[in-house]
Design a protein around this ligand. Structure first.
Ligand SMILES: NC(=O)c1ccc[n+]([C@@H]2O[C@H](COP(=O)([O-])OP(=O)(O)OC[C@H]3O[C@@H](n4cnc5c(N)ncnc54)[C@H](O)[C@@H]3O)[C@@H](O)[C@H]2O)c1
Length: 444
């Protein structure tokens, strides 16, 4: 039984265009995967929107519908895909190049579908991604002109494919580290900086700006500053557009945000956490550049501090030594190996160690996140939730939050927040897990 007033949500009618910035390993694994699922050739494993259920009401009520049946999400058959990339490869060529999906089982059977997805010329500048060179690039006198060209691409795509709505997900390379500065503080300063080609305006910001100006929700899957600046946040609120980021939470950081709350819950100390990765795909090559790595490092390092709260627990976490490395190692391709050595201590200070060796597949973990983000951002937009979507922190390593808040990194708190937001949208009561009503001491 619903307990509140549902929020009005426009129906998910017609086609939803999913615009990926970047048509590399993550984007093509996502796009090909959706098509394979639509053809009944694969299962949407890893996707909460497709496989997850949501409990409603008391445990005695036995109500647990699928999320996709509880909230009005776009149907997979209504998705159409577009992308920008400085490399001219179609989704088919890129899939083969990236080598994530099996050529014979998963790529060749959908060759025609993938060949039809050719990237639009990118707003790209090698100064921001040093290890890439691309020919499929827009020309413009100013960054503002490039942003206007992206806006035109968005409108043209929508018209050409007869889309009812669009959503944009940054699946492109990690840019060099940029500290927030004066040009990022207000819309006026930001627009002026685009006109004067200010170096603090990165290409990723142009995509975010273009999306918001066109009323298209924007999710940032990389650690770039991108839409995490006051100018863009204000623009999103003013235009009533949903935004969020940053950096898909997939491999090592996902493990970190599961293990570290466990240490804190049991009041176990952590003396050191050494994390290293070997990765051989193009992302690994880009991150081999120290300036791109710095952007990633910041995103990966913040997590422990926010979860373990060393200021509140100085004896347990005050001297924690945290190190993160990413090493480019071509033989592994997309199959990343993430090692963690964790030095913990317990009762009377006795030391213990935990070793984690996660032999993962980067894009296999990231693809379902792209799908969920596309569908949930579209839902947020139809429900008129504008600005930062903190309830989607579940998907990000470095979640964007309202000014003055610290981000919530604990995966299971993030999951509770996400599901309670869905309940709230549909007029169902939040689940607090209090449960005293089942016992005599809870009876009135
Ligand atoms: N796979 C994961 O588990 C994971 C997790 C978190 C974040 N990420 C991030 O997701 C992003 C994509 O990862 P990937 O493995 O697909 O990398 P990739 O190198 O295979 O693909 C990125 C693509 O972006 C393109 N690109 C670069 N700059 C662009 C621009 N300005 N406009 C349009 N396209 C541009 C590149 O040419 C490339 O084809 C990276 O930033 C990565 O750090 C991935």
């Amino acid at each position: 039984m619903a307990t509140g007033t549902p929020r009005p949500i426009a129906p998910a009618k017609g086609k939803l265009g999913v615009l990926c910035v970047g048509l590399g390993a993550v984007a093509t694994t996502f796009i090909a995967g959706v098509e394979l699922i639509r053809r009944g050739k694969a299962k949407p494993i890893g996707s909460l929107t497709q496989m997850g259920t949501i409990r409603l009401g008391k445990r005695t009520e036995g109500r647990a519908p699928y999320i996709k049946e509880f909230v009005p999400l776009a149907d997979l058959n209504d998705l159409v895909f577009g992308a920008w990339d400085p490399l001219p490869d179609t989704a088919y060529q890129s899939c083969l190049h990236c080598g994530v999906l099996d050529k014979h089982e998963h790529v060749e059977p959908i060759k025609e579908f993938l060949q039809a997805i050719a990237p639009m010329p990118a707003a790209f500048d090698q100064n921001y991604v040093k290890r890439l060179e691309g020919k499929n690039v827009k020309q413009g006198r100013t960054k503002k002109e490039l942003a206007e060209a992206l806006r035109k691409d968005i409108r043209d795509f929508k018209a050409k494919h007869g889309c009812d709505r669009l959503v944009m997900v940054w699946c492109a390379s990690t840019e060099i580290f940029i500290a927030p500065g004066a040009a990022h503080q207000t819309l006026a300063a930001f627009e002026k900086a685009m006109e004067t080609n200010d170096p603090s305006i990165a290409p990723s910001m142009l995509y975010a700006y273009a999306a918001i100006m066109e009323g298209v929700p924007f999710a940032n899957g990389a650690p770039n500053l991108c839409c995490d600046i006051p100018a863009i946040e204000q623009l999103a609120k003013d235009k009533g557009v949903a935004i969020g980021g940053k950096d898909f939470k997939t491999g090592q950081t996902m493990i970190k945000t599961v293990l570290s709350p466990m240490f804190k819950a049991r009041m176990l100390g952590v003396a050191g956490w050494y994390s290293t990765n070997i990765l051989g795909n193009r992302d690994g090559e880009v991150l081999d550049d120290p300036e791109s790595f710095k952007t990633k490092e910041e995103s990966k390092l913040g997590v422990l501090e926010d979860i373990l709260q060393p200021k509140l627990y100085p004896e347990l976490y005050g001297n924690l030594f945290h190190k993160v490395r990413i090493n480019y190692y071509p033989p592994r391709g997309d199959n990343k190996e993430g090692w963690d050595n964790i030095d913990i201590f317990g009762w009377c200070g006795y030391p213990m160690q935990i070793k984690v060796d996660f032999l993962c597949r980067d894009s296999i973990l990231a693809a379902p996140l792209v799908l969920d983000l596309a569908l949930f951002f579209d839902l947020a937009q139809r429900a008129k939730l504008s600005g930062i979507q903190e309830w989607l922190s579940f998907y990000f390593k470095s979640p964007q939050v309202a000014p003055g808040l610290y981000p919530e990194h604990d995966l299971f708190i993030q999951q509770t927040k996400l599901k309670n937001t869905l309940r709230w949208l549909m007029g169902e009561g939040a689940i607090t897990h209090l449960g005293v009503e089942y016992y005599e001491y809870g009876e009135k």
